[in-house]
Design a protein around this ligand. Structure first.
Ligand code: ADP
Length: 441
């Protein structure tokens, strides 16, 4: 500032000196004129600098720096510093916001920000996928116009957001249902945060658990009811010895049915709750086939008057790595199914085949009724039966193929089912080469 005043006086002095040189009679007049002209020039130069500063401010390009001297130069310099500092802060907060949004984008849950009117301000990609929103087009749309599920609309309007609701996702179809848990939270001044979570598998597991409990209860209740009926009859009616023996026989049959069911349930729970069998124990396939054959022939004799034409064959001596009890249970289940569903006297072919690529296939082919294609994908579900009465009559629990599937999975094997109604069925387990080794005859 002092320098500026000093410069002004220097200007005046130069003006006064130049005024002295003017050819006037009175030197004082010349000095005064020189000083007035110097002041006018000073003001003009100042005005020019002010105009340059104004033009720079109007342009708003804070990246480039304007170079002017004097007071205006200082104003320009300070303005430039201030705007640079502000720009830096804006940049930093924009960076933080971007990082924050990227974190929300990465969330496996859907996030939608709603303004006080319930219009969408922002949503992440997961939410866009859950509700089929377009993150650009649907901004500022009212959420109620886009999510028309009656349960959600009641929840949105109800103002009680303590819990969440489960509703179908936008891409839900009858064959591939998608269930979403949706929770609203209030924040700020009347704003809402909507969180969505895909709970399809949780819901499915829940439905499966409920179905399973209902099925087990039903399976146990039937023989129990029959047995308690017989007990009551035995207690209340005077019966002959033969009648008594017949009733006791029937009761024993029902007790066996319950025993088989409980034993299959225990087998399944063991299969699910234990680590898969290692490859340390090598078992003789011939030994396993022999036990299967004995079980199959016994069952065939028990069920039908004219036994089945059961044929067992093996392509070569071989060993398999795994659990003896599990493999025997799976193989026997397949043989027992073939015996139970094939009419008397018909043929059943059980084969062990070492495949050229080192794998091995255990297959059971029968000449039974066959299975319609729509049932095949569901056969390994627990308690799923195509022929309910035939299954029950022959002592089936509806768990056999579920056990086979688990055992196959635990041994890295593939379960193949080929069947056509009226043309018999073929069930096969293909074991990986890592679990199979051929041995000298
Ligand atoms: P189940 O104890 O009822 O036999 P499974 O799980 O072993 O239960 O089999 C499921 C259903 O698959 C059976 O109820 C039956 O309807 C059908 N099934 C299984 N094996 C055969 C077969 N070899 N031939 C025809 N149907 C079969």
């Amino acid at each position: 500032m002092v320098w500026r005043v000093f410069r002004f006086f220097l200007f005046q002095l130069a003006g006064a000196l130049l005024g002295l040189l003017l050819p006037l009679n009175n030197h004082l007049h010349g000095v005064l004129l020189g000083m007035v002209l110097a002041s006018a020039l000073w003001v003009l130069l100042d005005l020019r600098r002010g105009m340059v500063l104004l033009a720079w401010l109007k342009e708003g390009n804070t990246q480039s720096r304007v170079r002017i001297s004097g007071l205006w130069g200082e104003v320009a310099d300070r303005t430039w510093r201030l705007t640079r500092a502000r720009d830096k802060k804006v940049e930093e907060s924009q960076g933080r916001l971007n990082e924050f949004l990227a974190a929300i984008q990465a969330s496996p849950n859907g996030v939608v920000l709603l303004d006080a009117q319930g219009c969408i301000e922002w949503c992440n990609e997961t939410a866009a996928d859950h509700f089929a929103f377009d993150p650009q087009r649907d901004v500022l749309q009212h959420i109620g116009n886009l999510l028309r599920d009656p349960g959600f609309l009641a929840y949105l309007g109800g103002e009680d957001y303590a819990g969440d609701i489960v509703m179908p996702g936008a891409r839900s179809t009858a064959s591939r249902p998608v269930q979403l848990a949706v929770h609203l939270h209030r924040y700020g001044e009347g704003r809402k945060l909507l969180l969505s979570r895909d709970v399809t598998s949780v819901e499915q597991a829940d439905v499966m658990r409920r179905d399973f409990v209902a099925n087990v209860s039903h399976e146990i209740r039937t023989p129990l009811t029959v047995m308690s009926g017989f007990v009551e009859t035995l207690q209340t009616l005077p019966l002959s010895n033969e009648e008594r023996a017949r009733y006791l026989d029937l009761m024993a049959q029902q007790a066996r049915r319950m025993q088989t069911l409980v034993s299959d349930l225990l087998t399944l729970s063991k299969l699910e709750g234990s680590p898969p069998p290692g490859t340390a124990e090598w078992l003789s396939v011939a030994g396993l086939l022999l036990l299967c054959e004995q079980d199959g022939r016994d069952l065939s004799r028990l069920l039908v008057d004219q036994s089945h034409d059961l044929r067992f064959s093996m392509s070569g001596p071989c060993e398999i790595a795994g659990s003896h009890s599990e493999l025997l249970s799976a193989m026997s289940n397949l043989v027992s199914n073939a015996v139970r569903y094939t009419p008397a006297g018909e043929s059943i072919e059980v084969r062990w085949q070492n495949l050229p690529d080192g794998r091995a296939e255990f297959s059971v082919k029968d000449a039974g009724p066959g299975i319609a294609p729509e049932h095949i994908p569901r056969l390994t579900e627990r308690f799923y039966r195509v022929d309910r009465s035939r299954s029950r009559e022959t002592g089936g629990t509806g768990l056999g193929l579920a056990i086979v599937k688990h055992v196959a999975q635990r041994h890295g094997a593939e379960l193949l089912i080929e069947s056509q109604p009226g043309q018999g069925s073929r069930f096969a387990m293909v074991f990986p080469a890592s679990r199979v080794r051929q041995i000298p005859a």
